[in-house]
Ligand binder design. Sequence first.
Ligand SMILES: Nc1ncnc2c1ncn2[C@@H]1O[C@H](COP(=O)(O)OP(=O)(O)OP(=O)(O)O)[C@@H](O)[C@H]1O
Length: 583
Amino acid sequence: MRLSIGQVHRNVLALASSRSCFVLGDRLSFRMLSQQRAAGFHQTAWRGSQIVEDRGSPLTLASLEVQSKVEYGKKEKIARTGGPKPSSRGSSLNVKPRVSSSLSVKPRVSSPNVKPAKSALPKSAGVKKTLKVDEALFSAKSFEELGLPPLLIDRLNKEGLTAPTEVQSAAIPIIAQKHDVVIQSYTGSGKTLAYLLPILSEIGPLKGPMEQDNSEKRSGIEAVIVAPSRELGMQIVREVEKILGPNDKRLVQQLVGGANRSRQEEALKKNKPIIVVGTPGRISEISAAGKLQTHGCRFLVLDEVDQLLSFNYREDMHRILEHVGRKSGTTSRDILGPLARRSERQTILVSATIPFSVIRAARSWGHDPVLIRAKSVVPLDSITVPRPALSQADANSSSPSNSVNQAAVGSLPPSLEHYYCTAKAQHKVDTLRRCIHALEAQTVIAFMNNTKPLKDVVFKLKARGIEATELHGDLGKLARSTVLKKFKDGEFRVLVTNELSARGLDVPECDLVVNLDLPTDSTHYAHRAGRTGRLGRKGIVVTICEENEAFVVRKMRKQLAVAIKPCEFTEGELVVHKEEDVE
Ligand SMILES: Nc1ncnc2c1ncn2[C@@H]1O[C@H](COP(=O)(O)OP(=O)(O)OP(=O)(O)O)[C@@H](O)[C@H]1O
């Protein structure tokens, strides 16, 4: 498959547009006060989809076997992971089929009232060169086709994993070719296995026969995976353990902050793991103490790389980039310096949101780094600085905020629906309650910005008979993991949390995300929103803001190129407004 500059642009456009297509094309049965603008929006979506289809049918999760598991477009009964479940929680989100006057939102291609997604898309990432990639990359229907070792495939099958997602189909062969890579794909699309599977094909007990022959030559830690939070770190550990199986799970060791450090150090000595997964602070701490030998490491993964390369983690990341998979004695000038010198290690950077600063950093690795998206693979050095696109105010394309905003385009799953409504601060909890009831949401994550008001919300929800719990950094590690487990097990209907849970957290049953406070920018919106609609499931995102904040939501809507529709919750129903009512 040869991807030209135009095609990549069109694919990006089609991806964003087809998202709109899902939102508006779903046969939602709710009271719609006006659909004219939405119909205009859809027209663009249709066009975008056509472009891709003209070039051979695009790969979607739906086109893989994954679809049969999650059943697109159907109201699915979401299976809980266990624990007590009130009977009222058995069904999935309900977008009001009960209203007799309800309208099915059908695509209308004649009304151009809503600004099409196209105008909201940044003219970003101009791609000048092309990279030849095997067409089969994008059509794998099974893990066998991707050349994974038989032992690994057996383990995947035992865990019920039979078909790769799009991003896995794209990433696995490229990583196997020893490229340094940046993986960008929307939230919940399976990025974790996209990097874990090629790593486990080369190291550990499930690797291929060729690698087995060389096994005596290597010892010690062969892969370091860094994640910004304990929760995400532990989630990755569990994913690796799951694939390794019960007999070999000691081969992965968590090094997350908040846990007992001496125990972690003892486990490193005793279990001799080949993979460590941890947070930047704890990894660099143990490394600085000389208890973590990673010079011979073959893989370094930075999961949620855009966050890990932010200022907060600068010193710890500096140490990690300097020491993992490098001969000792080298020095660096700044955090990006170490990336400039190639070592034996393969570096894999991952996020749903990749700002240009990450591309720029990764470029200096050498060794043909490539950007992998679900439908394209491009050399990093062919990607140019994004051009301004949104408005005069955003015209400075080199400004960090512009780069951050552009990073969020294409980061949201196509299956999500987005709404916003306004409420006075003191009425937000009631609005949340009405929202949960109107949508009959069963597993809800509500985001706030500060801890104290977050506790108040939990208290008020409980007082209104809704089982709710809190998750934030003030809780100890044990409390945090207990809360999360109970929420995943269905003991609580609502998890009220802050940015801590916005990235990477995988609660497949989550059917509603609510922003009780506005996210700081569109990148934060994208990661919060991505906690629902995982792996093609349906999900709804509702932002409850004050009247004078609504313009911020509308701005994010443009930046993200998704339809975030104004709505309200009255008489137990979701009522969607036409845009003119609020502007
Ligand atoms: N091939 C597959 N078949 C079935 N399920 C899969 C497959 N790959 C991943 N999953 C499941 O999909 C869910 C989402 O995967 P994952 O957490 O890796 O997404 P992600 O792209 O990293 O999301 P985020 O950007 O939010 O971190 C997980 O529950 C994972 O176990």
